[in-house]
Write a protein that binds this ligand. Structure first.
Ligand code: FAD
Length: 518
């Protein structure tokens, strides 16, 4: 094993050979000597760990480790802490955009290989599920629904993401207005800190670590287990899209729906901007829910501009509900909205099919060579105070031709987010998530990634220049100054948490927030 490693350090990587000195080699050698893992270490086939969904960078780690359980994770982190320079990145499902789950010449833990934890527990009459940090949300869904007719309350749109990966960010979808992000729906975590210590934490036990790890970008610990709040799973969903030509009407209705009491609104509220043209990826054809539905452009008001808006909502129901009751509830809610008459699309499907809806988009993208192409995505939270101007400057101007994929925009409520977590938000109760989910053919058949990254910068610069109150979601900065600005008055708390839980800055080096202390 040691011979292997020395060959790797000396012979495989020209850059690292130039930078490495004997001390590094001794450190790494003794590091691997000490480990007695239940899982496995791979020094050679580390390909998975050097790539992510963004496809914008590739980095060679020293090794890819498949931990069998929490003790393996703790052992690896502890040993890295004893070395002079090693870092450790937990890799969920690698769906980051900018190398956040990578470790340049460090150790990558493939969290998907963690032992299967799945236990439904009832505490004071409320059901929860304990799952591994490396579990995929789609598996949590299937097991909770099929085994218990229960389900988590708050989701992401796409579910081939790990529990630990989304909890390290926030986890947002159309249910977040009602229940908050996924970070508001977890009551207990098991975390391995940057010192290699294992803690169970919650609102009342080791609370600083609990709130730090939620939205903590992997900086304070590795989430090895999470306890997630459950609710009875509905059987069916009516999924509806309606179209607006005016942004003010779209936002008025979206905000109306997200501020109604539970029971007086839909169960899911999202929205997106699309191009007012017949372009297959960006325009009218991107709206219908079913290939049988046609989009009749003669319905669009003559006053409409370059882009249109689609409000996407869904109502849960039970198999035992009478169809006319469902129709009545849906019509009652839609009747209060001001969308373009007859530009409405509806589909009934099972709750599980609804939550797995983006899987179909993945299959389509894979079949057309779009899935493995670079994805320079940009996600922002923008204050309601600035959203009209944002629409005018960004959607109607910079992005009026579309981004080759969905441009999501929908309102969220700040009061549903716990300010003790590490996530930072714009001010004001209502803010919007904006997600530019670019999906283009690889260059040269599609635009170059550099061009798309430059357009993202243009959007960010536009926000800065206009003084918009905004934050990056799934943030990415190359230097600490950017991070300090991002966290603003929360930076001191973030730095203190780092000093407490990962004082040598071993964890999640791909976020580029802190440098490893030698
Ligand atoms: P990774 O990319 O592997 O890791 C992300 C970060 O978390 C890294 O820094 C990593 O080191 C750290 N990390 C990973 N696992 C752990 C752990 N167990 N403990 C501590 N730190 C850890 N987000 C939304 O909110 N809503 C959406 O609807 C949504 N849809 C998406 C759709 C697609 C197709 C894609 C590609 C992404 C989407 N995302 C969405 C973003 C997604 O939530 C983040 O990219 C998330 O980080 C991905 O999870 P992952 O398991 O792949 O994490």
């Amino acid at each position: 094993m040691i011979a292997y490693l020395e060959r790797f350090v000396h012979g495989n990587d020209v850059e690292s050979r130039q930078n490495d000195n004997d001390e590094d080699v001794v450190d790494c050698t003794s590091f691997f000597d000490e480990l007695d893992l239940q899982g496995s270490i791979d020094y050679v086939a580390t390909g998975l760990a050097g790539k992510d969904f963004g496809g914008l960078r590739s980095i060679k780690p020293l090794a890819l480790i498949r931990p069998a359980g929490t003790d393996d994770v703790a052992m690896v982190v502890k040993a890295a802490a004893q070395s002079s320079n090693l870092t450790v990145a937990a890799r969920g499902n690698g769906h980051s955009i900018n190398g956040q789950a990578m470790a340049d010449r460090g150790l990558v833990l493939d969290m998907r290989s963690m032992e299967d934890v799945f236990e439904v527990v009832v505490v004071n009459g409320t059901a929860y599920v304990d799952v591994s940090g490396g579990a995929l949300w789609e598996d949590v869904l299937k097991r909770c629904v099929s085994g218990f007719r229960l389900a988590p309350r708050s989701w992401t749109d796409y579910l081939s993401l790990t529990v630990g990966g989304t909890l390290s960010n926030a986890g947002v979808s159309g249910q977040a207005f009602r229940y908050g992000p996924q970070t508001s729906n977890v009551t207990e975590l098991e975390v391995v800190t940057g010192k290699g210590e294992i803690f169970v934490c919650s609102e009342t036990e080791n609370s600083e670590l609990f709130f730090g790890a939620l939205g903590g970008l992997g900086q304070f610990g590795i989430i090895t287990r999470a306890r997630i709040l459950l609710q009875p799973a509905p059987d069916m969903v009516r999924w509806i899209r309606v179209v607006y030509s005016e942004f003010e009407e779209f936002t008025r209705d979206a905000e109306f729906l997200v501020t109604q009491q539970d029971g007086d609104s839909f169960d899911y509220v999202e929205g997106f901007v699309f191009v007012n043209s017949d372009d297959p990826a960006n325009g009218w054809p991107s709206v219908p829910l079913d290939s049988n539905h046609g989009f009749d452009p003669t319905r669009i008001p003559k006053t409409a501009g370059a882009v249109l808006y689609c409000l996407e909502v869904a109502l849960h129901y039970r198999n035992t509900d009478h169809p006319s009751t469902v129709d009545m509830d849906v019509d009652g809610l839609l009747g209060r909205l001001g969308f373009v008459e007859n530009l409405k699309f509806e589909l009934d499907l099972s709750y599980t099919e609804f939550l797995l809806r983006v899987k179909h988009a993945e299959e389509h993208a894979r079949a057309h060579g779009l899935w493995d192409a670079p994805h320079p995505w940009l996600n922002l939270f923008v204050s309601k105070a600035d959203i009209d101007e944002f629409d005018r400057d960004v959607f109607k101007n910079i992005l009026k031709g579309g981004v080759g994929g969905p441009m999501l925009i929908y309102p969220l409520l700040r009061s549903m987010w716990d300010t003790r977590t590490s996530v930072v938000l714009p001010e004001g109760e209502i803010f919007y998530i904006v997600a530019l989910l670019r999906s283009n053919l690889p260059y040269p058949r599609g635009p170059s990634p550099e061009k798309l990254v430059a357009q993202n910068h243009e959007v960010i610069q536009c926000c800065i220049k206009n003084g918009f109150d905004f934050k990056l979601y799934l943030p990415h900065y190359e230097i600490q100054e950017g991070w300090k600005r991002h966290f603003g008055n929360q930076w001191t708390r973030f730095e203190e948490r780092k000093a407490n839980f990962d004082p040598l800055a071993i964890l999640a080096p791909g976020q580029k927030i802190f440098s490893r202390i030698h």
